[in-house]
Ligand binder design. Structure first.
Ligand SMILES: *[C@@H]1O[C@H](CO)[C@@H](O)[C@H](O)[C@H]1NC(C)=O
Ligand SMILES: *[C@@H]1O[C@H](CO)[C@@H](O)[C@H](O)[C@H]1NC(C)=O
Length: 409
């Protein structure tokens, strides 16, 4: 056993607090767990183990009767658990457990999380800059009021046949920034996100996350109905920010000062969280902290062509680079990028090399396979991902399925 413990926290979505796998039985640590905690499964943790010794998975307490309303909690204080409290408690607990088990201090702490997990990681870095040395953040839902109300507003049904003029307007609205009462509220979707629109606008009524946010988070009124929607709700949600969920302390100087690094990515084909919201976040951090060039020293953003929400592709785009939450898509026992287990092809290894060796991540290589989520089917193509604002560019010659045929400009 290698006695260089670090603690990897992995979050994939609404789950129970999960603490597991320190190469020993979790029962050992039950006395440390809060009464609301239950251990469920170790899927996203299993892949984390091979990166180091300790691994844990945390989210907010899960209430079965609210399960379909993944975002919904009445105003009982639980919205704070969702916002930041469950995460912070889990980090402290995970660290205490890791150190108790190994009998020594943790060398490095990393975070890997996407979607709501991405938001939770950013939020943790804001409320507690010492929690992590490095954070791998995928497609973060960093602005809760923005995502949730966006899901409401864009959630109007559309049929699969030809579009009427009003349906065409709906489509245009999906791509456009959402402007409420004359003010910019949240970015719209990108071209190429269409393959995931079904999630957002596939039903006869708005997506339930949006509904639930307003019913259980904002108003504590399950009888609220989406037909009561008004654009002013966006600004009410912004102002109230129930649970203090939104991760918008853009000045992350404390994290930077201690040598912390953030590696963030977002799929351009994501139709759940608009990719431009990550660019917006990045630009706001840059604005607060000396500009994009200076921010590149500790925080890099990679936009990923063809990647859907967190994992997967509908167009055979290279989508996999061992990002937060994507191992499970290839099979829960997957470690790194099968066949390419190095920092160039694995975002978490790249982050570790940046934190521990000072090797800035100048590019990542994304991979897809003949069957996009089956590494045994053989590599179909690979492409470099570039730190924003650079983008991948075909060099004009060479096999377009080979990463070396592209550069970052
Ligand atoms: C809300 O979270 C921010 C970090 O994003 C923190 O600075 C602030 O103190 C928190 N506010 C409350 C009331 O907890
Ligand atoms: C740091 O560099 C050394 C020497 O090249 C290497 O052995 C080690 O794996 C690197 N550490 C990380 C976390 O990449």
């Amino acid at each position: 056993m290698n006695f260089n413990p670090f603690f990897l926290l992995s979050v994939t979505g609404p789950q129970v607090l999960l603490v597991t796998s320190l190469s020993c039985s979790v029962e050992l640590f039950y006395h440390l767990l809060p009464p609301s905690a239950r251990v469920i499964s170790a899927t996203s943790v299993a892949s984390g183990e091979e990166y180091g010794e300790g691994s844990a998975n945390a989210a907010y307490p899960y209430r079965a009767n609210r399960a379909p309303r993944a975002l919904g909690f009445a105003h009982s204080g639980e919205e704070k658990d969702f916002g930041y409290r469950a995460m912070h408690g889990s980090v402290e607990l995970g660290k205490a457990m890791t150190e108790e088990y190994y009998g020594r201090k943790i060398s490095y702490s990393y975070y890997s999380g996407a979607s709501t997990g991405g938001r939770q990681g950013l939020k943790e870095a804001m409320i507690s800059p010492n929690s992590f040395n490095g954070l791998l953040i995928g497609a973060p839902a960093w602005k809760s009021s923005g995502s949730a109300t966006d899901w409401m507003v864009r959630g109007t049904a559309y049929p699969s046949a030809c579009l009427t003029p009003s349906q065409a307007l709906t489509v245009q609205n999906i791509y456009s920034d959402f402007v409420a009462e004359g003010r910019f509220a949240f970015p719209g979707m990108e071209l190429s996100s269409e393959s995931q629109w079904n999630f957002l606008v596939g039903g006869a009524s708005p997506m339930s996350f949006g509904d639930a946010y307003i019913q259980y988070f904002l108003y504590d009124d399950p009888s609220w109905h989406w037909t009561q929607w008004h654009d002013s709700i966006v600004w009410q949600a912004d102002e109230a920010d129930p649970g203090n969920c939104t991760a918008d302390d853009y000045n992350m100087a404390q994290l930077r000062e201690r040598g912390g690094k953030v590696l963030m990515y977002h799929g351009l084909a994501d139709a759940l969280i608009p990719p431009r919201s990550s660019i917006l976040f990045y630009e706001r951090v840059a604005e607060a902290m000396g500009g994009v060039e200076s921010v590149q020293e500790w925080f890099r953003l990679f936009m990923v062509p063809g990647l859907q929400h967190v994992t997967g592709t509908a167009v055979d785009a290279p989508w996999y680079f061992a990002g937060a939450g994507s191992h499970g898509r290839l099979g829960t026992a997957t470690f790194s990028t099968p066949g390419f287990e190095d920092a160039r092809h694995d975002a978490l290894l790249a982050l570790m090399a940046w934190v521990e060796n000072g090797t800035a991540v100048s590019e990542l290589v994304a991979t897809t396979w003949k069957k996009s989520a089956d590494a045994s089917s053989g590599v179909l193509r690979q492409r470099p991902l570039c730190p924003f604002p650079k983008r991948q560019n075909y060099l004009g010659a060479g096999d377009p399925d080979v990463a070396e045929s592209f550069g970052c400009v």
